[in-house]
Design a protein around this ligand. Structure first.
Ligand code: NA7
Length: 574
């Protein structure tokens, strides 16, 4: 099994700021990544009492755990950053077009320091359960340290790609070498010098890490089940002139991103791929290829929705793969053939395909002949053991629902979230789910987060949630809960939006296809962040249509008794 990550000492900041034991707090925030940190900041700014819990030893979320060589964001740094503070966005200067994990983590730590956010968190502590008491409209949150906190609201900011997953290969425990997962990378790093390495998985994590592991290791065997489309990020140091321009016009750029489909400043060429000559088409593809990264899929307006249009883009990228890889047989195995380009999140790489030109890198196809077992000395495929010293599992995550369902969340009538979502997640706007009052999911299933720039997505969710809590406080209301009809309509709409695209044609983690037994449901909202934001704003402006709002005891008709803990904060107007 991949080894456990050693505990990292907690941050050396000035103590904690936790409400007195026994007090009912307004909100418990779970997670100290981009979402949880901003939730804490906004809730505190608006006068809510709170507690935060985080499994890791410090802030960072995704960027705390994914420390593998080459880990880098696929959204440009100037966009993948908070917009809520003008001072913050002016004072922080990114160095590269696509930020590497250490720079991202340094940024998040800077935000935590600058806004003094750590003091609200209890680190190295996992929330194990959250149980709603409908008599008194109150949640009890329990941690693995045995602490119980009573709270009016629970805000989960647990991340969409935080539940790392190692497939259940027979013999996993027998391996005598070292085994690590990219999403739980050891903090002291892994020295591959002189080592024979097995890299299992060719998603974004495998594709980013291969070139760097290969540079160090004696030999790398890459076990590929599904070839993936990957586009060079054309990463480079940021031009100071460009940084100056972005900083000067940040407000406009952010506004444009908020209105866009994917939450970024990439502009889609609003022309069908069929409306231009072959020459023009090629020139446009070439120009977008040179730009690098996600801009490629915006070369024409119909690449994500029309299979024939998509095939032209896929063919262009396949040609690039064939040009990059010297051995035609290896190149052919690296060319994706089983899904439309972009129907899985496109990978953004630095020299991935070229790495297969090295003598010390070998590609093993495990589609037709899957990995049989892990032995004491290596990985067995088709009767042959590939002997290695280290296995790197770049095998992905139980995405979007894994970390939510890992907690025992119980709503009305003791219904568990696991029971409610047994056939797939059901939410209203990705923010709440019927039967679970006062539970908010930042970047929950049914929201566009993972199809977009996640930082922009968490800001929108947190702003909406905090506005909602203020509304409830101002109106003297105790609970908010999605109505079943609104939720059903939203789930239908999420499905319709996906059906208008090619997303469902890939066996992706968006569909839960990578986890055996997981219901095959398209989880994110593919209608675009601009449209989604408008919808959320309209719901709020109309007094939270589709949600049921109630005063204290309003749904049960029960007033809290003297013996019950008296709510502080939200109802008491703290
Ligand atoms: P991904 O994209 O889920 O990739 C996981 C990879 O692991 C993928 O190539 C899988 O093949 C492979 N895998 C999973 N199980 C197996 C087994 N049993 N045998 C062989 N190969 C296997 O995770 P990443 O961490 O790379 O990226 C996640 C997201 O992070 C990414 O989309 C970006 O948004 C950032 P498969 O494709 O399932 O055949």
């Amino acid at each position: 099994m991949p080894e456990a990550v050693p505990a990292v000492p907690g941050p050396a900041t000035g103590g904690t700021d936790h409400p007195a034991p026994g007090k009912v707090v307004d909100a418990v925030v779970i997670g100290a990544g981009f979402g949880g940190l901003y939730a804490i900041h906004q809730l505190r700014t608006h006068g809510f009492s709170l507690r935060g819990f985080e499994v890791a030893g410090d802030v960072g979320g995704t960027w705390y755990w994914n420390r593998y060589p080459g880990a880098r964001c696929d959204i440009e740094s100037v966009e993948y950053s908070y917009s809520f503070s003008e001072e913050l966005q002016q004072e922080w200067t990114w160095t590269q077009r696509y930020p590497e994990q250490p720079e991202l983590l340094a940024y998040i730590q800077h935000v935590a320091d600058r806004f003094d956010l750590r003091r609200h968190f209890t680190f190295e502590t996992r929330v194990t359960s959250a149980v709603f008491d409908e008599e008194i409209d109150c949640w009890t949150v329990t941690t693995d340290a045995g602490e119980q906190v009573r709270t009016r609201f629970v805000v989960t900011a647990v991340g969409c790609l935080s539940s790392s997953r190692v497939p259940d290969f027979p013999g996993l425990d027998r391996f005598r070498g070292r085994a690590v997962h990219t999403g739980r990378w050891p903090h002291e790093g892994v020295d591959f010098t002189g080592q024979r390495v097995a890299l299992i998985g060719t998603g974004s994590s495998g594709i980013q890490s291969l070139p760097l592991i290969a540079e160090q290791a004696a030999h790398v065997t890459v076990f590929q089940r599904t070839p993936n489309f990957s586009i060079s990020g054309a990463n480079q140091p940021l031009d100071p002139e460009q940084v100056r321009d972005v900083k000067e016009h940040y407000a406009e750029y952010r506004a444009q991103a908020r209105r866009s489909f994917g939450g970024s400043m990439i502009r889609t060429n609003r022309v069908s791929v069929f409306a231009v000559s072959e020459e023009e088409r090629r020139a446009q593809f070439e120009a977008r290829w040179t730009m690098g990264g996600f801009a490629f899929m915006a070369a024409f307006e119909d690449l994500g929705t029309d299979l024939a249009a998509n095939a032209l883009a896929a063919e262009f990228v396949s040609e690039k793969i064939r040009q990059a890889v010297a051995d035609p047989a290896v190149a052919e195995r690296l060319v994706p053939t089983d899904h439309p380009i972009g129907s899985k999140r496109i990978c953004v790489d630095t020299g991935y395909f070229e790495t297969f030109n090295r003598d010390d890198v070998r590609l093993v196809d495990v589609k037709q002949t899957p990995i049989e077992e892990i032995t004491e000395t290596g990985v067995k495929v088709d009767g042959r053991v590939h002997e290695v010293d280290v296995i790197v599992f770049a095998t992905g995550f139980d995405a979007m629902t894994g970390s939510l369902l890992a907690m025992d969340i119980r709503g009305r009538g003791g219904l568990t979230l696991r029971e409610k979502w047994a056939a797939g997640p059901r939410t209203y706007l990705g923010l709440g789910t019927a039967g679970f009052p006062n539970l908010f999911t930042v970047t929950g299933p049914g929201s566009p987060a993972v199809l977009s720039n996640v930082v922009l997505a968490v800001e929108q969710h947190v702003d909406w949630i905090v506005d909602c809590l203020e509304y409830l406080r101002d109106e003297g209301l105790a609970t908010i809960e999605a109505e079943v009809e609104a939720e059903d309509a939203w789930v239908d709409h999420v499905n319709d939006a996906a059906d208008r695209t090619l997303y469902k044609q890939a066996n992706s983690w968006y569909l839960g296809a990578n986890v055996p037994g997981k219901p095959r449901v398209f989880m994110p909202y593919a209608g675009g962040v601009g449209r989604y934001r408008k919808r959320c704003d309209a719901v709020a402006a109309d007094g939270y249509t589709g949600f049921r709002l109630a005063p204290p005891g309003g749904l049960t008709g029960t007033e809290p008794s003297e013996a019950d803990p008296q709510p502080v904060g939200i109802l008491a107007g703290s």
